[in-house]
Design a protein around this ligand. Structure first.
Ligand SMILES: Cc1ncc(COP(=O)(O)O)c(C=O)c1O
Length: 471
């Protein structure tokens, strides 16, 4: 990398190089793991002797700011102690559309609680790094990344074909690869659906409590979004407003309660959508993790009138930072969705799509799933056993046999009191309103087990019990 060092011929040159590089590390201009120029290159750039630069580097290495890695070079080794000062630029008087100031930006997730029951992420330690390194490397051979011209907006055809096959066997979903659209996560599928189906002012429905992004995305696009309550059978179909154009649901594992929508409700919802000429968005975000033989058919498989849009994501099975998801859509929407995808970002980054196709084709996805399912099942069973045993006097569990989280309702104490004590005891738990669109104060705590080891679960839940005893 280029390092801006200015030298005053009057002072010690090695000292000045040392100080300026040290300050750059401390204020974050040079970031951890960044490579420095070789001493020869920096000496040439600054027109000083190589010994001068070597002396500065040696001191920075001795003090821990840099690290030398044999033939690989010299790298930044320390974290900044402060953010770099903001440059003095005018802040401007431009104003965004009225909707944007109330749209949230995700919080900083960098602080890990002692007992990490946070919801939303899988265990990154389980990601198959070696296989993905190999697959991505092979995609970055010139022949594999295409002609340099953009590819179809719907994405890598091999991946779409393999996904159609996978969904047929794993989820009884019948689709054609032409109706599989690869997206940058489930998030982009929601965005495209809103663009294609919701006129400004149109009504859309989300679950309440429910996953916040569909509400936010569609409101930002100008729709009116209404929350419809969920009970122990899933979305209450009777409560749907008649004019809704789009209804968003998470039937396999309702977010955040964990309830599975009953077959009866599924059939009622499809019948309702047909009567009202509405679309259903089925978000099947974590259904690859099921801990029971009993499987309810997705709405997409039950649909006889082509009104279900089925969203899947690799965020839970692999990594959320891959930003890979997909949308199975009715053929009638193909042109509009491809055009919307093209306008949004032309197509999702090709090399990860192609690597994902190889991952599926070589049987590595199935193997990975078997492995991670075993791990998460153990965690799920451990939490369920504790909730049915030592914690049963304090918490009513919402039955759930899928996904990476489950929820429970505190019996005696208010949810907020439980959470305050639990957090003070090092537990990373959340209430419904904190992680979902929900009425303020709605009772219910959510326990995620994507990130916590099974052996930590037992200790964490013992602490939770102590907190509940004290409430
Ligand atoms: C309900 C729900 N849908 C979808 C996703 C995945 O979203 P994405 O694929 O955009 O990462 C999540 C992730 O937490 C989720 O909770």
């Amino acid at each position: 990398m280029e390092v801006a060092v200015r030298l005053d011929p009057a002072g010690s040159l090695a000292e000045q190089i040392y100080r300026q590089l040290r300050d750059a590390v401390l204020d974050g201009r040079l970031r951890r793991e960044e490579a420095l120029p070789s001493s020869r290159d920096l000496a040439g750039q600054l027109k000083v002797s190589r010994n001068t630069v070597t002396a500065a580097y040696e001191r920075l290495i001795a003090e821990g700011y840099l690290v030398g890695r044999g033939g690989a070079g010299t790298f930044v080794n320390a974290m900044p102690v402060a953010l770099p000062d903001a440059p003095q630029l005018p802040s401007g008087s431009l104003v965004p559309r009225a909707v944007w100031p109330r749209m949230p930006i995700p919080p900083d997730y960098s602080e890990t609680p002692e007992f990490d029951f946070r919801v939303g992420a899988p265990d990154t330690r389980l990601f198959p790094y070696t296989a993905w390194r190999r697959l991505l490397t092979s995609q970055f051979r010139q022949s594999a990344v295409g002609t340099g011209m953009p590819v179809e907006p719907a994405g890598h055809l091999g991946l779409r074909t393999l996904l159609a096959g996978h969904l047929r066997t794993a989820r009884t979903i019948e689709t054609h690869p032409r109706d599989v659209l690869i997206t940058s996560g489930a998030q982009q599928a929601l965005d495209l659906i809103g663009r294609v189906l919701l006129e400004p002012g149109a009504t859309a429905v989300v679950e309440e409590p429910g996953y916040a992004p569909p509400k936010l995305v569609w409101e930002a696009q100008g729709a009116t979004v209404i929350g419809v309550p969920v009970d122990e059978q899933g979305l209450i179909v009777e409560a749907l407003p008649p004019g809704a154009r789009v209804v968003y649901v998470t039937p396999s594992h309702q977010y955040p309660t964990g309830v599975a929508m009953t077959l009866r409700r599924r059939v009622e919802l499809l019948a309702w959508a047909q009567r009202h000429d509405a679309a259903i968005v089925e978000d099947d975000y974590d259904s690859e993790f099921r801990y029971t033989e009993q499987q309810l058919e997705p709405l997409h498989s039950l649909d006889r009138s082509g009104r279900v849009l089925y969203i899947g994501s690799f965020s839970k099975v692999l990594l959320p930072t891959l930003r890979l998801g997909y949308l199975i859509h009715p053929t009638s929407l193909r042109h509009a969705l491809h055009a919307a995808k093209f306008l949004a970002d032309w197509h999702t980054s090709l090399p990860p799509q192609a690597a994902m196709a190889d991952f599926l084709a070589q049987g590595l996805y199935a193997r990975h799933l078997r492995r991670v399912r075993r791990v998460y099942r153990q965690r799920h069973d451990r939490i369920t056993a504790a909730l049915a045993g030592p914690l049963a006097a304090h918490l009513t569990v919402v039955p759930s046999s899928a996904g990476l989280h489950l929820s429970a309702l505190p019996r005696g104490a208010p949810t907020d009191d439980v959470l305050t004590r639990a957090r003070a005891a090092g537990l990373g738990l959340a209430s419904y309103p904190e992680i979902a669109a929900a009425a303020p104060g709605q009772p219910g705590i959510v326990l995620g087990y994507g990130m916590i080891d099974a052996h930590r679960i037992t200790e964490g839940l013992t602490r939770l019990r102590q907190c509940l005893d004290a409430c």
